[in-house]
Every structure is written in structure tokens, then in C-alpha cells.
Design a protein around this ligand. Structure first.
Ligand code: HEC
Ligand code: HEC
Ligand code: HEC
Ligand code: HEC
Ligand code: HEC
Length: 501
């Protein structure tokens, strides 16, 4: 065929495929022809590509396709369609026929979970082949969700040293609460009546590979947020063989299933949204729904699983192929580190500085940006503290005007000029901060909202020095102190405002 006939041909591809086939019984030059079928005939609307190549086409009503040839050696053609495993065939002999196998129709609760850990004697364990992904996941909170010492200290009332009956204690307050925590922290606990502390085997790996990659969808009958974790997700566990859902549509190993759901924020919502014991303790997904990031089309994964650009093969030497590193997600959950993500998401500025006689006044603006939810988000006790450090301090407290820090900011900071950005939960006796499992449903929420800078004005008398500090804390100081936990305050920003001459 002459070269100039090529362009109209491309246009024809957009016509109903049957017509194209009627016009050309064999593939035009530059294309490979083929058909997608299942056990009962052609499969229409299947997505077809050369493995690990960017361009894809769809099969027509007769299951047929023309795939533009890509340069390089002969490759495999892969096809995917909802309800089937990903299929593949060699493109060596045309026309290519790709046969798709249907997914099992029912979840098999007897399926034995596969552990993530590399192990020479257990060849199917994920870490044996997915070494890099395993390393990323193992360093993340998901890997520690069931065994996290702080989580267990709050769960059973122990402290860091293991002493019993110290401070907050879920089991004492809510003896039936174990299954509630397990739903998100230990989703493969064998029975909802099991004690989280006694969990062994794969379940002790918390939010692990095999659980996450068996998630088919959110239960359509579940009320998202009120039903959560293992109660919110519908799984598809095979009776025999293996089945992994994932974001790649060209893994034709006979056990992988393409699922676009894995790139949606809703995928994370089952565990990152929770009204627990009547309190909206975890609200990250609903915060995301209201965020500018969502309007800009940014999913949880686009920030938290952003490709590092370093991994080019997800299973090197074990059947993996070289891929564009920008198509392979990271399982670290924090790009860089949590501190790096926190620092890049908050901004501390000083405006309108004025000096009149022995008084200075200024406005502090704290804002959140490039973030998909409020700051902080997640566990309800996370908080930020803006501290206005002045000298002299103490009895000569020079604040003439402006907010001061409440008692919950801790004995060291309470009463000093500053501001708290927090969800503040109170219990029925009026005690605050209260653990979420004992709190009243109403609470005050002063956390930062992206796109809405927080402004406060301070006026100070006779200060010698004024500095600002913005801190992030994982837990309330009273909890950290009573439990004997190491302090893990992160300094997000500091700013010098004034030094007397
Ligand atoms: C089966 C429940 C579950 C699912 C699904 C889930 N998470 Fe989590 N996630 C958790 C739990 C529980 C923790 C807290 C673990 C801990 O610190 O003990 C957590 C922690 C995190 C953290 C903090 C990580 C750290 O290292 O401290 C981030 C970020 C996060 N998840 C993001 C996501 C994103 C993004 C998704 C969706 C792609 C997701 N999660 C899906 C349960 C889940
Ligand atoms: C919290 C749930 C969760 C856990 C735990 C998890 N994954 Fe994933 N995984 C995902 C999601 C979501 C994606 C898709 C992310 C995207 O494409 O943006 C993904 C992507 C993948 C991919 C496709 C390649 C890539 O990196 O994009 C592989 C392979 C994979 N996961 C394997 C694993 C293995 C192995 C483990 C354990 C070491 C694991 N996953 C743990 C949710 C999870
Ligand atoms: C024997 C090696 C091996 C083991 C063990 C293994 N995988 Fe894989 N997995 C692979 C290979 C090879 C690929 C495809 C790589 C490619 O195409 O680049 C893959 C692909 C995947 C994908 C991508 C599916 C898609 O369509 O997006 C997921 C998810 C995944 N594996 C999860 C797991 C999980 C979870 C475990 C442990 C329960 C596991 N794998 C164990 C070799 C393995
Ligand atoms: C635009 C990027 C972006 C998007 C989208 C995004 N996040 Fe985040 N996330 C961040 C940044 C930056 C931080 C660190 C600042 C903070 O803690 O808020 C963070 C922190 C977190 C934390 C840790 C909170 C803590 O203090 O322990 C969790 C959990 C989390 N995100 C989950 C999610 C989930 C779930 C979604 C989707 C519903 C999501 N994020 C969407 C950027 C994003
Ligand atoms: C709706 C799912 C869900 C339920 C139910 C749940 N959690 Fe969490 N939990 C999470 C997520 C998601 C995170 C991570 C958020 C973040 O990093 O800020 C988390 C984090 C935590 C942390 C912080 C860990 C750390 O080291 O920073 C503690 C402690 C905790 N949960 C205790 C509990 C207890 C106790 C229960 C039972 C009363 C419980 N959670 C029930 C989802 C849940």
C-alpha cells in the first residue's frame, strides 16, 4: 500500500471496528491484527496493547483489533476486560488470538493468606520477587498497623515499658472494642472475637500485600465511614490458584487482574474514613472530597504512592519486564519522609510588622498547600502548635493582645502566646483531650484547611526577642507523658520576627 494511504487508515480505526475489518481482511502495514476471545466467543471492548508499551486499542464487536506495531523485538500482546484475568499471546504469528479467562464469581473465605516476607522456603511469598516494593512497604505504617507499640499501649492500657493500667485503655473502656480496631489495623484477623495482641502469622503483618491486592471493591451496601476496614471491602479470594488485582493492565501471568479502582481515592477510603464509636475520628477521605486537590484531579495515590522514578522492574529476574519507572507506584506512603511532606505542605509567614514605642505587633499566617486534606489529618490526636517564643518569658509575659495556647498543648507551652491547630475531643465529664472511643460526637476542629490561610495577630510589650516555631505532634503531650513514649515532635518551621537593638 502506498504511504499516503496510511493517514486515512488511522481515521478508519475510529469507525466501528467491524467496518474496518470488512474493508481490510489482513492487517495494514505497521499494524498487527488479532482477536480477543473467551470460552464462548469474541470479547468486545477489551483493552489491547503490547506488554509494557504505552499505546492501547480496544477490540471491536467481533473481538477484533489492529494494534500499531512498536519498534523493537517481537513482543507479547496483552488484553484485559472487566470480569476476566489479563490474557496474553505472542505476536509472532498473525492473526494473534488472545484468550481471556473469567474471574471466579465468588469470594472464597477459606483462602490462606500469603505472607509478605521474603522466604527461600516459601517461594510464593511476595517479598521473594517484589523486593523493592517489599522494602518500601516494610518501612511504612501499613506494615506496623497490627504491632505498633503505641497502638497496642492505647488498646490494652499498657505503657511503653509494658506496665499495665496506665493512662488511656480501650479494652477497659470498651471491652468489645477489639474487633473495631482490628477492622482497619488487622484486617485479616482470623475472627472478629480475637484479641489483637494474640494475632500471629500473616495477620500480624497488619495492612499487608495480599489483603490489599485481594480488594475487589467497596461493598455497595455499606455506609462509607460508618462501616469501615474489613467490613467495608469486598474481596475476591480464589478457591484455587492465585489472583491479584492491580493497576497494570498488561500482566499476563494468568493470575493478575487489571483494576482501575487501584488508582482511585475511594480505594483508600474504606480505612481512611471512620466514624468510630459515634465519633468522626478518621476523616481523611471526606476532607479530600472537599479539597482543592480533588478538584485538580489528584488522588491519594498520586501524592502518597507517587513513583520514585527509581524502580524500572517490579520483579527483576523473576519474570518482571523493564517498564517506564513513572508508571510504577511506590508503597512508601510518604514521598521522601513524613517530615518532608509535612514541611512542604505548610507555610509560616509574618505580615504587617509594626513597632510603636515599646510595643510590637504583627500578623502570623499559617497555611496548608499541596496537600489533599486538612493538616494534620489521620489519627485524631495529631496536632500542630504555633508557638510565639518571646524573651523575657515567664512572669514578664509580654503579650498584650493575641491568642494563647490552651492546657492541652502541654504544661511547657500552655498559656504562652500561640495557637493550636487540632481536633479537640471532650468526654461526657468535660475532660479534654479525650480518647476518641470515649468522646462526645461534637468537637472543635481548628486544623488547617488547604486554600484557607489562618491569620492571627499578636501584640507584645517590651520583648527582647521574638521567634516563631511551628510544631507537629503525633499525640497529646498528656498521652505521651502518661505512656512514657519517646517524644517525636517534628519542627516544621521557625522564623525570627524581632530582635531588640
Ligand atoms: C486495610 C486498611 C487500609 C487501607 C486499605 C489503606 N490504609 Fe493507609 N493506613 C491504615 C492504618 C491502620 C494505618 C496506621 C498504621 C499505624 O501507624 O499503626 C495507615 C497509615 C497510612 C499512612 C501513614 C503512613 C505511615 O508510614 O505512618 C498513610 C500516608 C496512608 N495510610 C495512606 C494510604 C493510602 C494512600 C491508601 C490507599 C492507596 C491506604 N492508606 C489504604 C489502614 C489502611
Ligand atoms: C494499602 C494497600 C496496599 C498494600 C499494603 C500493598 N499494595 Fe501494592 N498497590 C496498592 C495500590 C493502591 C497500587 C496502585 C497504585 C498506583 O498505581 O497509583 C499498588 C500497586 C502495586 C503493584 C503494581 C506496580 C506498582 O508499583 O505500581 C504491585 C506489583 C504491588 N502493588 C505489589 C505489592 C506488594 C508486593 C506489596 C507488599 C510488599 C503491596 N503491593 C502492598 C495497594 C497496596
Ligand atoms: C514468583 C515471583 C512472584 C511472587 C512470589 C509474587 N509475584 Fe507478584 N508479580 C510477579 C511478576 C513477574 C509480575 C509481573 C511483572 C511485570 O509484568 O513487570 C507480578 C505482578 C504483580 C502485580 C501487578 C498486577 C497488575 O495487574 O497490576 C501485583 C499486584 C502483584 N504481583 C502482587 C503480588 C503479591 C501481593 C504477592 C504476594 C502474595 C506476589 N505478587 C507474589 C512475580 C511474583
Ligand atoms: C496533593 C497531595 C495529597 C493528596 C491528594 C493526599 N495527601 Fe495525604 N498527605 C499529603 C501531605 C503533604 C501530607 C503531610 C502533611 C499532613 O500530615 O497533612 C499528608 C499526610 C497524610 C497522612 C498522615 C497524617 C499523619 O499526621 O499521620 C495520611 C494518613 C494521609 N495523608 C492519607 C491520605 C489519604 C487517605 C488521601 C486520599 C483520601 C490523601 N492522603 C490525599 C499530601 C496529600
Ligand atoms: C476506620 C479505620 C480505623 C479504625 C476503626 C481504627 N483505626 Fe487507628 N488508624 C487508622 C488509620 C488510617 C491510621 C493512620 C492515620 C495517621 O497516620 O494519622 C490510624 C492510626 C492509629 C494510631 C496512631 C499510630 C501511631 O503510631 O502514630 C493509633 C494509636 C490508633 N490508630 C489506634 C486505634 C485504636 C485503639 C483503635 C480502636 C479503638 C483504632 N485505631 C481504630 C484507621 C483506623
Amino acid at each position: 500500500m502506498p504511504r499516503h494511504a496510511f493517514a486515512p487508515l488511522l481515521l478508519l480505526l475510529f469507525l466501528p471496528g467491524g467496518l474496518v475489518f470488512a474493508l481490510f481482511s489482513t492487517a495494514p502495514p505497521g499494524f498487527v491484527a488479532g482477536q480477543v476471545v473467551d470460552d464462548s466467543g469474541p470479547v468486545a471492548g477489551a483493552r489491547v496493547r503490547f506488554k509494557a508499551q504505552p499505546d492501547a486499542v480496544w477490540s471491536d464487536r467481533a473481538g477484533r483489533f489492529f494494534l500499531p506495531l512498536s519498534p523493537g523485538p517481537v513482543q507479547r500482546v496483552t488484553a484485559t476486560h472487566p470480569g476476566y484475568f489479563i490474557g496474553g499471546a505472542s505476536s509472532e504469528r498473525a492473526p494473534v488470538s488472545v484468550r481471556l479467562r473469567r474471574l471466579p464469581t465468588e469470594d472464597c473465605p477459606e483462602y490462606a493468606w500469603v505472607a509478605p516476607t521474603p522466604n527461600r522456603l516459601q517461594s510464593h511469598q511476595c517479598g521473594n520477587c517484589h523486593a523493592e516494593i517489599y522494602r518500601e512497604w516494610a518501612a511504612s505504617g501499613h506494615a506496623r498497623a497490627a504491632t505498633n507499640r503505641r497502638f497496642l499501649n492505647l488498646y490494652d492500657g499498657t505503657d511503653w515499658q509494658g506496665r499495665p493500667n496506665v493512662g488511656w485503655n480501650l479494652l477497659a473502656d470498651q471491652p468489645d472494642g477489639a474487633s473495631v480496631c482490628a477492622a482497619c489495623h488487622v484486617p485479616t484477623i482470623p475472627s472478629v472475637f480475637d484479641d489483637v495482641r494474640a494475632v500471629q502469622g500473616t495477620a500480624a503483618h497488619g495492612v499487608h500485600c495480599d489483603y490489599c491486592h485481594k480488594i475487589d471493591r467497596l461493598d455497595e451496601r455499606a455506609d462509607l465511614g460508618k462501616t469501615f476496614g474489613s467490613f467495608a471491602y469486598r474481596l475476591l479470594r480464589p478457591k484455587e490458584g492465585q489472583l491479584f488485582f492491580g493497576p497494570l493492565d498488561d500482566v499476563d501471568r494468568n493470575e493478575d487482574v487489571y483494576s482501575p479502582f487501584y488508582r482511585e481515592s475511594r480505594y483508600c477510603a474504606g480505612c481512611h474514613e471512620g466514624t468510630v464509636f459515634g465519633v468522626h475520628a478518621y476523616g481523611t477521605f471526606s476532607e479530600w472530597l472537599a479539597s482543592p486537590a480533588r478538584r485538580e484531579g489528584k488522588s491519594c495515590q498520586s501524592c502518597h504512592m507517587k513513583p520514585t522514578g527509581l524502580m524500572t522492574n517490579i520483579a527483576p529476574g523473576k519474570g518482571g519486564v523493564e517498564r517506564d519507572p513513572q508508571t510504577l507506584a511506590s508503597h512508601g506512603m510518604f514521598a521522601g519522609s513524613q517530615a518532608a511532606m509535612l514541611r512542604q505542605s505548610v507555610r509560616l509567614e509574618v505580615n504587617d510588622f509594626e513597632q510603636a514605642g515599646n510595643a510590637i505587633s504583627f500578623e502570623v499566617v499559617v497555611s496548608a498547600r499541596d496537600v489533599g486534606h486538612r493538616v494534620p489529618t489521620g489519627f485524631p490526636d495529631r496536632h500542630l502548635v504555633l508557638v510565639v517564643d518571646t524573651q523575657p518569658t515567664g512572669d514578664d509575659m509580654p503579650l498584650a493582645f493575641g491568642p494563647v495556647l490552651p492546657a492541652s498543648a502541654g504544661p511547657e507551652l500552655a498559656g504562652r502566646p500561640g495557637k493550636l491547630f487540632a481536633k479537640q475531643l471532650t468526654d461526657a465529664d468535660g475532660d479534654a483531650p479525650a480518647p476518641f472511643w470515649r468522646a462526645l460526637p461534637e468537637f472543635s476542629d481548628t486544623r488547617l484547611t488547604p486554600g484557607r490561610p489562618d491569620r492571627s495577630r499578636f501584640r507584645l510589650l517590651n520583648p527582647q526577642r521574638v521567634e516563631l516555631r511551628l510544631l507537629y505532634r503525633r499525640f497529646w503531650p498528656s498521652t505521651t507523658a502518661s505512656k512514657g513514649w519517646p517524644d517525636e515532635t517534628i519542627v516544621l518551621a521557625t522564623k525570627s520576627v524581632y530582635v531588640a537593638r
